[in-house]
Design a protein around this ligand. Structure first.
Ligand SMILES: [Cu+2]
Length: 147
């Protein structure tokens, strides 16, 4: 447990400078992903994207070397059934934030090259219309854990 705490403090320190682009007014807070069982083809990434600037920005694309494709999804309850809608972009309002969290918005990694392993990190690049690309190292949590 102690080692894990030290490790996450270390990862946080690493993530700090990486989580903001040069002139960015965007802040990526508590990114996380979840370990996947062997053979699983998809994974998820959650985070909060905060926009401290005076103008809206939007997330246009997401990529990671860990999967063959990545999409912005939104889980919605429709007629009592949970379905996932594909979103082309995600707008972060000026002075506002958007939360990606379980049962809501998430980044969906499809075609995983190998299982996502707890305790490791996942490099993910978010490309925004105005702020450009922001690369993060997303911590992978064990199944059933949340930050
Ligand atoms: Cu999804």
């Amino acid at each position: 447990m102690f080692i894990r705490l030290v490790l996450s403090a270390f990862l946080m320190a690493l993530m700090g400078p990486l989580a903001a682009s040069a002139d960015s007014t965007l802040e990526i807070q508590k990114p996380w992903s979840r370990a996947t069982p062997p053979g699983a083809m998809s994974g998820v990434v959650y985070m909060t994207i905060k926009n401290n600037g005076p103008e809206a920005d939007s997330l246009k694309s997401v990529s990671t070397p860990a999967s063959s494709s990545t999409m912005i999804h939104e889980s919605v309850m429709k007629d009592g059934v949970m379905t996932m809608n594909h979103r082309m972009t995600l707008t972060i309002p000026a002075g506002g934030s958007v939360e990606l969290e379980p049962s809501g918005l998430h980044l969906m990694l499809m075609g995983l090259a190998k299982p996502l392993k707890a305790g490791t990190t996942l490099p993910v690049t978010l490309t925004f219309e105005k702020s450009g690309p922001i690369t993060l190292n997303v911590p992978i949590l064990p199944p059933g854990k949340t930050p």
